[in-house]
Design a protein around this ligand. Structure first.
Ligand code: ATP
Length: 138
């Protein structure tokens, strides 16, 4: 089966690099499926669990937002944070999810003023981690 190189880089390391069959991402313009020989493209990514098809199986990688550059033979993801499922602390992610959700719910119920954009981004990062662990339906 045809493959395309994928490299996912966070500020401190290469999180994942492999020859893959397909990448499904949530971009700022909607969901995109990238196959080998895709047309060149640059887009922003929102926090979500990316789906990597490799060797006939699917692997998840949580990203906290960033950019993706596609060339016909290579996909480069520059992420603000990225984790493989085996590196995700489920308890921490669940606590972050609950904390962000409560802040947003309290704010919507007329509570104290908060940075809602920041709270929603934290909720999305936590949801991405839980989804990558198969614990949450985004
Ligand atoms: P928290 O509120 O739990 O700190 P956060 O979404 O604010 O979560 P980030 O700012 O996205 O955290 O990430 C800070 C650092 O902590 C990054 O290196 C990220 O990979 C790591 N990290 C955050 N949450 C987890 C987790 N649940 N499991 C493993 N690493 C995590």
């Amino acid at each position: 089966m045809a493959t395309i190189k994928l490299e996912i880089v966070s500020p401190d390391k290469v999180v994942y690099a492999a020859d893959i069959e397909m990448l499904i991402v949530r971009s700022t313009a909607g969901e995109l499926g990238i196959l080998p020989h895709h047309a060149p493209l640059v887009t922003g990514l929102i926090p979500h669990a990316m789906r990597v098809k490799i060797d006939g199986a699917e692997k998840m990688v949580a990203v906290g937002g960033g950019f993706m550059e596609v060339q016909p033979d290579k996909i480069s993801v520059l992420a603000s944070v990225a984790e493989l499922p085996e590196d995700i602390d489920a308890d921490r992610a669940q606590k972050a999810f609950n904390r962000a959700k409560k802040r947003i719910d309290d704010y919507r119920a007329g509570g104290e003023d908060i940075n809602i954009i920041r709270a929603e981004a934290a909720l999305k990062r936590a949801a991405a981690r839980l989804t990558a662990l198969g614990k949450h339906g985004e």
